[in-house]
Design a protein around this ligand. Structure first.
Ligand code: ATP
Length: 205
């Protein structure tokens, strides 16, 4: 099986994540995609607005099993349930156990510092990396991204693809800022997540 892995803090999950995940499944012809909210993210501190369980629940609500595409997407609590730091290396080790071919989705912002990730050289050998453009300014930054891509390919034999996608420009930081200002963010998050934010367990909103 060709299995995709999409990790992130997802605080909260937003339409940029969903757009990239859907394109990833289609373009990479994945049999299954695991969306994996991080427990203790190694690259950033989890924002206090949401508990781990809130982030997991919102990720589940973002991918209701309502069509053939979403049927292939499963939200995993693997990292949330681990006590140790969430390193992608450990997650890939776990998800490669059945001998599946792994493809790792990564936004272009994270990609630029991929060589600071824990055991990144081994990561290159464990999966194909698939890049999602985050915003339209990335089109201008495309040169830098392409240079990084060839550097990793030459130096480490990395296998790297780029999704042919129109970015949905939003970040979780922006969503949190708008929430704290009492703004309507219904156009930035999936419908189920919007309902959760209005009625769910997070009473600070
Ligand atoms: P924050 O604003 O809190 O830093 P974020 O919006 O970057 O959060 P993360 O959960 O950190 O979201 O991102 C998980 C993964 O999704 C990363 O690889 C990131 O690059 C990617 N990503 C985030 N937003 C988008 C987007 N709008 N389009 C494509 N990929 C995205």
């Amino acid at each position: 099986m060709r299995v995709g892995i999409f990790g992130g803090t997802f605080a909260p999950i937003h339409n940029g994540h969903v757009n990239a995940a859907h394109q990833f499944v289609k373009e990479c012809k994945l049999d299954r995609l695991y969306v994996i909210p991080a427990g203790t993210p190694p690259h950033k501190k989890a924002p206090e607005m949401f508990s781990s369980q809130d982030r997991l629940e919102m990720a589940r609500l973002a991918f209701p099993k309502d069509d053939a595409l979403n049927e292939k997407i499963e939200v995993s609590d693997f990292e949330i349930n681990r006590k140790e730091k969430s390193y992608t290396y450990n997650t890939l080790l776990e998800f490669s156990k059945d001998g599946d071919e792994l493809v790792l989705l990564c936004g272009t912002d994270m990609f630029m510092s991929f060589d600071s990730w824990y055991r990144f050289k081994e990561l290159f050998g464990m999966c194909t990396l698939c890049l999602a453009l985050r915003n339209n300014s990335d089109t201008e930054n495309l040169k830098a991204i392409k240079e990084k891509k060839s550097e990793f390919e030459k130096k480490y034999g990395a296998k790297i693809l780029m999704l042919d996608m129109k970015p949905f420009e939003v970040s979780s930081t922006e969503v949190r800022d708008l929430i704290s200002k009492g703004k309507n963010i219904s156009n930035l998050v999936p419908a189920g997540v919007w309902e959760f934010l209005k009625n769910g367990s997070n009473r600070n909103i």
